[in-house]
Design a protein. Structure first.
Length: 636
């Protein structure tokens, strides 16, 4: 923790300012008779709830245990923050990462909500000061890790005479399930803690949970007759794209050139890949940082802070990065390597566009990635489960129908948007964007492909078959003697990417199939009949495929912002950046881009007009209103 942040934290914990005291007194007046909508508007500056938020909040206020599945960016935090201000007691939030706790508390403090965290980042004086505030009844929300929750120190604190635990919230609740994608044994201890406070309502929240994971969460937490609320997994502002990996570093550069100055995350499989790609991007002039478990805590903290505070545009990282990030203006997420499961993929792409503005998710797909993933299956308790999860990801990546429909179907949700079938309007994925493909005569290349599968004895996957067709003389090829095959090198008229496209089309049409376990190709009976009888093969493929959807995200945002004043926005952004540096917080803590757009459209000339803008509650209006209004008045 740097010195400025430390001094600010100490002063906040030990001596509430007059402004914070006034705000606290205001929140002390809230009771169960107050309306959640009142808190939503006056404190957080929002006019309406997002889907299921009000129902979840009401369940908590009614004392009913609840499991809520809301997509990333769906507003999970408000589901316990608002009840915390209405219940007469303490809400304990179990959160997996220190960075996540700190970020949540910082944002709550920005709107005047009394909250603290207890973890190893605090020195003893700051830790005691936070405990004193809890014991005095000043605090409404306490953030603690599952490891910390299991210590006698914190459990004794929460059993203190003046402490009344009203709500226990488990964030990232999928971590408690061994069927989930991010199981953490420390979460298993939460149930014993919950039993010590039988009268406290329990709220479990996560963004990704299949039916088996949901059932496991309920069982592990001993939820009593819980309400299970599942919001749509659809994130309509996310454009989904999958590309066959071909010179991936150059593909990334091409993408970044189309998204200049935008904030984004690039996920890689290994630490080595993270470091190499980061250096490559820096050499190309991009403002990038790296993040993985091999770096020291100090370096990781510095790099994460640079990204959060917009001092770095791009974070190149392993899966070690992201769960604790609440940055709303991430405009893109790139998967440089294949994720291990659809759950992991969904969780990670959900870090883009949390503010609801248009964002992009790009997956670079290579069958070679599967070998790297499977190599680590032996370290897992259940290789069969790992393979099942991986197969779900392969199915998504190779889908030739609407990716959003495929993604939502994995979570048991039917996507019935006409865009997915009619390819009309603003497309939601690369498949829909390119539109329906015409049937093309691919008889000759299809015959070559199926013949090559048969001549290699149906023992290899697509990548190897394509190498044979392209005449790649690898050591493996020579050892197998396949450079002597009649099909060796007969497919040079198509690129590797086009051969993968044809393979996918042949699979969809039922000419060939792939084994579940290792992805080995074989020719079906139908395929053999067509091949041996030399029948014509016409498939929906386009070898010179061009993505129709090429709008820059910034342009899409502008198109959604009729009346958007760019000059005013530039001045307010400059002020926001300066104010964030003064307060040692991320710019989005002051307010996010969506609020910025609304201010530039509304051009408020009074506090009352400013409070009509999205994300501006009483505290921020009083704190920042005069400066914003002065900027607006000077330019309008």
């Amino acid at each position: 923790m740097n010195e400025v942040r430390y001094n600010w934290l100490m002063s906040t914990m030990k001596d509430l300012s007059v402004q914070q005291s006034l705000i606290f007194n205001t929140y002390s007046d809230y009771s169960s008779s107050s309306e959640p909508e009142q808190v939503l508007k006056n404190v957080f500056g929002y006019d309406t709830f997002r889907p299921l938020q009000k129902e979840i909040i009401q369940n908590v206020l009614d004392g009913r245990d609840t499991l809520a599945i809301l997509p990333t960016g769906g507003g999970k935090s408000l589901c316990y923050e608002i009840p915390a201000l209405l219940l007469n007691g303490l809400t304990v939030v179990v959160s997996p990462l220190i960075a996540l706790m700190q970020d949540q508390v910082t944002q709550l403090e920005a709107v005047g909500v009394p909250a603290v965290f207890l973890n190893s980042s605090l020195d003893w004086d700051a830790y005691r000061a936070a405990c004193d505030r809890i014991c005095c009844g000043e605090i409404r929300l306490l953030y603690v890790s599952p490891e910390g929750l299991n210590t006698d120190r914190i459990r004794n604190l929460l059993h203190s005479q003046n402490v009344c635990v009203k709500c226990i919230t488990i964030d990232e609740a999928h971590c408690i399930s061994e069927w989930g994608h991010d199981f953490r044994p420390d979460y298993m201890e939460i149930a014993s803690f919950r039993e010590q406070f039988p009268h406290a309502v329990c709220l479990a929240l996560t963004a990704t949970a299949t039916k088996s994971v949901r059932n496991d969460i309920i069982a592990q937490l001993h939820l009593e007759n819980p309400a299970v609320l599942i919001a749509s997994f659809n994130r309509p502002n996310l454009f989904l794209e999958v590309k066959v990996k071909n010179h991936p570093s150059e593909q990334v550069v091409e993408f970044l050139n189309e998204h200049k100055s935008e904030s984004g995350i690039i996920y890689c499989f290994s630490r080595k890949q993270v470091d190499e790609l980061t250096e490559f991007l820096k050499a190309k002039g991009f403002n990038a940082e790296n993040y993985h478990a091999g770096l020291s805590d100090a370096v990781r903290t510095e790099h994460q802070r640079n990204f959060i505070t917009d001092k770095a545009d791009i974070m190149v990282a392993t899966v070690a990065f992201g769960m604790g990030i609440n940055k709303p203006d991430v405009r893109f997420v790139i998967h440089y390597d294949m994720p291990k499961s659809v759950e992991q993929y969904y969780q990670e792409i959900g870090r883009a566009g949390r503010d609801g503005l248009p964002s992009h998710a790009l997956l670079l797909y290579s069958l070679g990635d599967l070998h790297k993933i499977r190599f680590f299956f032996t370290e897992k308790d259940s290789p069969e489960m790992a393979e099942r999860l991986l197969q779900g990801m392969i199915h998504y990546a190779e889908s030739r129908t609407c990716r959003r429909k495929s993604l939502l179907a994995y979570f048991g949700e039917v996507y019935d948007s006409p865009l997915a079938d009619n390819y009309s309007g603003d497309s939601c994925c690369d498949v829909c964007a390119r539109g329906p493909l015409p049937l093309t005569d691919v008889t000759i290349p299809a015959q070559k492909f199926m013949s090559c599968i048969l001549r290699t004895k149906e023992r290899f996957g697509p990548a190897y078959i394509i190498d044979v067709l392209l005449g790649v003389k690898s050591m493996r090829m020579i050892e197998n003697g396949h450079e002597q095959l009649s099909t060796f090198g007969i497919g040079k008229e198509l690129s590797k990417q086009n051969w993968f496209e044809l393979c996918s089309a042949l699979t969809d049409a039922g000419y060939i199939e792939k084994t579940d376990k290792y992805g080995v190709l074989y020719v079906t009976e139908y395929g053999r009949k067509v091949l041996f009888e030399r029948l014509e093969i016409r498939l929906p493929v386009e070898f010179t495929r061009q993505l129709a959807f090429k709008k820059n995200i910034a342009e899409r945002i502008d198109s959604l912002s009729s009346g958007y004043d760019k000059e005013l926005a530039m001045q307010i952004k400059f002020w926001r950046r300066k104010k964030a540096d003064e307060e040692d917080v991320a710019p989005y803590v002051i307010f996010g881009d969506r609020t910025l757009i609304e201010i530039t459209k509304a051009k408020p000339h009074s506090i009352e007009e400013l409070m009509k803008c999205y994300g501006i509650g009483q505290s921020k209006a009083q704190k920042y209103g005069p400066s914003i209004i002065q900027i607006v008045d000077s330019l309008t």
